[in-house]
Design a protein around this ligand. Structure first.
Ligand SMILES: Nc1ncnc2c1ncn2[C@@H]1O[C@H](COP(=O)(O)OP(=O)(O)OP(=O)(O)O)[C@@H](O)[C@H]1O
Ligand SMILES: [Mg+2]
Length: 253
């Protein structure tokens, strides 16, 4: 059975797509079959990994022909596109609007994957709720900033509603602190606030702020292909994720 993991946080620019890409590349480097699903109409995850795609999530959700784009023999992506913005608007009128991605992932073509990682848009939109409904686990990337901290209640309340109605099996696999910096006092203070609020839900490794995250976007490579602190941090987060899932750990927030 594939493990389906959504990375979600309605705050923009806090590392959802970067963490999805890096964890996907890392898990595939361990020999796991991984599929990335880009539900964000911005398609940043897609653009950071491939140049062009002939089809993607939009086609898959609208009954058209589609194929996975192969990044390597272990890593595939179901690309996102701007067309998903229009699709979100039209889906709202449909009775099954929140289960479209869940239904899609039941297709036999997804059976071969050990992990399916879903990137979501910076909103609590139809696509995000679809992604939460389709997933076994939620990973919440957070940046130690006031705005990110303030938005958490909305995310948690949406997750609670999804658990009560659409997906009672959804488990919280953890909170990842991204763009951590040791020096600014305010960053340390907000990091402490996040750790106090989420307790042992927070991954023990933090991802440091590093320019490498920006650099790898244009190279279409992963940070783990470099030898630096960021690649080590991603490996540790990936290992902790596997161990949390294998040990059946999940967190109430
Ligand atoms: N640890 C980091 N250090 C430095 N820059 C980072 C780090 N993580 C992500 N970034 C950069 O921050 C920007 C936003 O990251 P990313 O696109 O992953 O966030 P996002 O949450 O997916 O954004 P959106 O909400 O728009 O989808 C990108 O330019 C990325 O390169
Ligand atoms: Mg993104």
């Amino acid at each position: 059975m594939s493990k389906i993991i959504v990375l979600a946080n309605q705050k923009g620019g806090i590392g959802k797509s970067s963490c999805t890409r890096e964890l996907g590349i890392y898990l595939s480097s361990l020999g796991k079959q991984v599929c990335l699903v880009d539900t964000d109409p911005q398609a940043n995850l897609t653009k950071s990994l491939i140049d062009n795609s002939s089809s993607g999530l939009f086609e898959a959700l609208t009954g058209k022909e589609w194929v996975f784009e192969q990044i390597n023999d272990k890593l595939n992506i179901l690309p996102g596109s701007i067309s998903c913005a229009g699709l979100e608007r039209s889906l709202v009128a449909e009775i099954d609007c929140y289960t479209r991605i869940k239904d899609l992932l039941c297709d036999k073509s997804f059976e071969k994957f050990d992990y399916i990682l879903i990137d979501s848009p910076p909103s609590l939109s139809v696509m995000t709720i679809n992604a939460l409904t389709a997933s076994d686990y939620l990973l919440i990337p957070m940046k130690p900033s006031q705005y990110c901290m303030q938005g958490t209640n909305d995310l948690i309340s949406t997750v609670s509603k999804v658990k009560k109605t659409l997906n009672p099996e959804l488990k919280i696999a953890g909170v990842i602190i991204n763009e951590f910096e040791r020096n600014p006092v305010i960053v340390r203070e907000i990091t402490k606030e996040i750790e106090e609020a989420f307790g042992n839900c927070v991954f023990s490794t933090r991802i440091s702020k590093a320019i490498a995250f920006e650099e790898v976007i244009s190279t279409k490579q992963g940070i783990i292909e470099r030898k630096n602190r960021s690649s080590e941090e991603i490996r540790l987060i990936g290992d902790e994720l596997i161990s949390r899932i294998e040990n059946g750990l999940s967190y109430a927030v």
